[in-house]
Structure formats: structure tokens, C-alpha cells
Design a protein around this ligand. Structure first.
Ligand code: SF4
Length: 407
């Protein structure tokens, strides 16, 4: 297919595809799916080999958020039966992080629900970062605390944070339909504050909220312009008790096409398969490893994920390897730039863009939380708009509980 040859050539040169080319990837048929995966896989291997970076979410503060992000189980008015607790202290958070690191995670993502941190919250998280780094010298720590105010990114950086996550989530044009309590511009501002403080920016999207192909391309092109180092791709976990509980409109094939499109637009960026992979990709999860170079290990913020051991076995069975602490995730041309970005620096063309919905979307992050069930049972037939409580399991273990995590 000429389209795929063109996209591979551009990806190997770190050149931005056209919007039409990105849209064409989303429009390919299921018959062409393996060709699309193979083509994007060539680009993935060029920049990241067969390495898979593991990330581990620690939900420092769960639920009770005053914001109204429609996708989020922690939102104002959510009746989802999630865990609700206020700030874990440094020792509790460090213990939770240790479980993920023992499972092979290289990065710990410290997430808290809420519009954004107070200066006192930044102090708390700073102590937690210091505690984790005292015990684990090589760990990467990413904070995801919502909208940042003046000076907060710098304080987190000074405390040892390596990265900050804030997702754009969806296109600028449709952002107001998803959230009314803050704006797309607020999200862009926070990502830029993080970059300005020398933090590695992490910003991504949530697919499956009813958006069009054009919206998806818009948000990914915006991310490329904003130039984060990592782009988490979440697939909506439609939690009962949230406004998007009936948005079951992704297939495993579409999820793979979306990931391929993101890889072509952001060829040399850490593309992370985030919340919803178990729910929407199901048995096709291993194919996604040919597209992304990063995943979350174990559970998400408010929902259960596949067991950490199952993640490790999937990676090995698919012929990939877990990225070790001694390896730099990003290609050299990006790793040398403190706050590099999506596809960008020095590439032939930089287009480029403007999240608490933190992201880790994983339904995470302040995230749009969501996650999935360990080994979901998939009914033979399902109807659009039907609730799928069989696929979404609320997290009842790990951080904030007395039960061991599944990392
Ligand atoms: S995504 Fe973050 S800001 Fe939005 S409702 Fe959820 S916890 Fe609150």
C-alpha cells in the first residue's frame, strides 16, 4: 500500500505525516490491519527496538474531585463505587511504589485527584518523591497532580521529579463537551509550565469518548506540536456512574489503528499504551506491543488491570523485552534535549500542541481513570450502548488498601 510505504519512510525520517495520511490510517479496513501494524512496527523498532518500558501508577489521593471530566470515575457527582481516600503519606506511597518497581517498572507515576495541587500538596508530594528516590536511586518519578500554578513545576523538579503528566485528552474543538470546569487552554498551559521547569512532559489522549477521526487526528497533531516526551494513549473505560458509561464504541481493530496513527505522527516519542487496553484490545493486546514502546504494569488508578505477571509474560511471549533501568528510553537525539517532544526536534517538519485528567489515563491519572479487568469474559454478542460491567472492575487492592497489589 503506497500509504504505508510513505508513512514508514516519513517515520524513519521523523517527518510529520499529512492530516490526510493520518486520517487514512484510521480509515483502513480490517483486511489491512496486519499491514498497518507491520508498517508502524517498523517505525517503532527503528527508534525503540523491541524494548518495552514499564510504568507503575500510585494513586496518592482517590476520588472526591470537584472537576467534572465526563470520562472520570473520580469526578464531581460520580456514583462509581471506587476507592475514596485522601493523601497517602510518603511512607505509604513509597511502599506502594516499591511493589511496582519490584515487578520491573522503571517509572513511578504519582497521581492525585483534584483540579490542581495547593502549595501544601506540592510539599507533600515533594516529600514522597524524596522518600521514593532515597530507596530507589534509578527510578523515574512522574507527578500528575492536575493544573499547576506559578512556581509549582519548579518546586517539583527541585524535589527530584523527572516528569509531569497532564493529558490533552481530546481535540480543542470538543474539549468543552467533555469537561466544563477547566479549559483546553488550561491544560496546554500546565504542560508548558512543566516543560519550562525542565520536567519531561507527558501528555496524551483518551480515545473512545464518541470523538470523530478528525478529533483524534487533531489531538495527536496538537500533541506533536506541544512536543511531550511521552504520549499515553488511553481507551475510555466506561465506568458505571459516569456520563460516558454507555460509550462502548471501540473495537480491538480500531484501537490498533489509533495506536498506529499515533506512532506515525510521533515516531520517536515514548508512546504508552495506557488505561483501557485490557478492556478494548482484549486478546489483541500483544499486537499493540508492535506499536507502543511503553505500558502500565498492573492496576490503574481506580480500576483493575491485568496482573503484572501476565503483563511480563505477554511481553516475553510476543518477543519483546522489558527495558532496564540502565537504558535511556528516548533515542539519543531526543534524550539530549531536556524537554523533548513528539516527533520533533530536528525533524524535517514539526507541526505540532497543547491535561489532570492526568493521564495516565489510565484511567489513571487524574486520570481518566479507568482500567480493566484481569481476565475479562467477553460475551459472544454485544450491543452498542450496552453497559459492560463484566469488563470494568473497580480497584480494591494496592495503594489506599491493606491488600497487596498485583504488580
Ligand atoms: S480527570 Fe482529574 S480533574 Fe478531571 S475529574 Fe478526574 S480527578 Fe478530577
Amino acid at each position: 500500500m503506497d500509504l504505508l510505504k510513505t508513512l514508514v519512510d516519513k517515520g524513519l525520517r521523523r517527518e510529520l505525516p499529512t492530516r490526510d495520511e493520518a486520517l487514512a490510517v484510521l480509515a483502513t479496513s480490517d483486511d489491512d490491519l496486519l499491514d498497518v501494524v507491520a508498517a508502524a512496527g517498523r517505525v517503532r523498532r527503528e527508534w525503540f527496538g523491541r524494548r518495552v518500558k514499564l510504568n507503575y501508577l500510585v494513586n496518592l489521593k482517590s476520588g472526591l474531585c470537584p472537576e467534572d471530566c465526563s470520562y472520570c470515575s473520580q469526578r464531581l457527582g460520580s456514583t462509581a463505587g471506587i476507592l475514596k481516600y485522601t493523601w497517602l503519606d510518603a511512607e505509604e506511597a513509597s511502599k506502594a511504589a516499591a511493589a511496582g518497581l519490584a515487578g520491573g517498572a522503571k517509572r513511578v507515576c504519582l497521581v492525585a485527584s483534584g483540579r490542581g495541587p495547593t502549595d501544601r500538596d506540592v510539599d507533600r508530594v515533594s516529600k514522597t518523591i524524596e522518600a521514593i528516590k532515597a530507596d530507589h536511586e534509578d527510578v523515574e518519578v512522574c507527578a500528575c497532580l492536575g493544573l499547576l500554578s506559578e512556581g509549582q513545576a519548579e518546586r517539583l523538579r527541585a524535589a527530584g521529579a523527572d516528569a509531569y503528566n497532564h493529558n490533552l485528552n481530546t481535540s480543542k474543538a470538543t474539549y468543552g463537551e467533555i469537561t466544563t470546569t477547566h479549559t483546553y487552554a488550561d491544560r496546554v498551559d500546565t504542560v508548558q509550565r512543566a516543560q519550562g521547569a525542565g520536567l519531561s512532559a507527558c501528555s496524551g489522549l483518551i480515545a473512545g469518548m464518541g470523538e470523530s477521526d478528525e478529533d483524534l487526528v487533531d489531538v495527536v497533531f496538537s500533541l506533536r506540536e506541544l512536543d511531550p516526551d511521552s504520549v499515553p494513549v488511553n481507551f475510555l473505560i466506561p465506568f458505571e456512574g459516569t456520563p460516558l458509561a454507555r460509550e462502548w464504541n471501540l473495537t480491538p481493530q480500531r484501537a490498533l489503528r489509533i495506536l498506529a496513527m499515533v506512532r506515525f505522527v510521533c515516531p520517536d516519542v515514548e508512546v504508552r499504551l495506557a488505561g483501557g487496553r485490557e478492556v478494548h484490545l482484549r486478546t489483541l493486546q500483544p499486537l499493540a506491543l508492535h506499536l507502543v514502546n511503553s505500558i502500565f504494569l498492573g492496576d490503574y488508578l481506580t480500576s483493575e488491570g491485568q496482573a503484572g505477571q501476565a503483563d511480563l509474560e505477554m511481553i516475553a511471549d510476543a518477543g519483546f523485552e522489558v527495558e532496564g533501568a540502565g537504558t535511556t528510553t528516548l533515542p539519543a537525539h531526543r534524550a539530549d534535549v531536556p524537554a523533548g517532544g513528539c516527533g520533533g526536534h530536528g525533524s524535517a517538519e514539526d507541526s505540532g500542541a497543547p491535561a489532570h485528567a492526568c493521564g495516565s489515563g489510565a484511567s489513571g491519572g487524574c486520570g481518566p481513570c479507568g482500567g480493566a479487568d484481569a481476565e475479562p469474559e467477553v460475551p459472544a454478542a454485544r450491543e452498542a450502548g450496552e453497559a459492560r460491567t463484566d469488563l470494568v472492575a473497580v480497584r480494591r487492592r494496592g495503594a489506599g488498601t491493606d491488600v497487596a497489589p498485583n504488580a
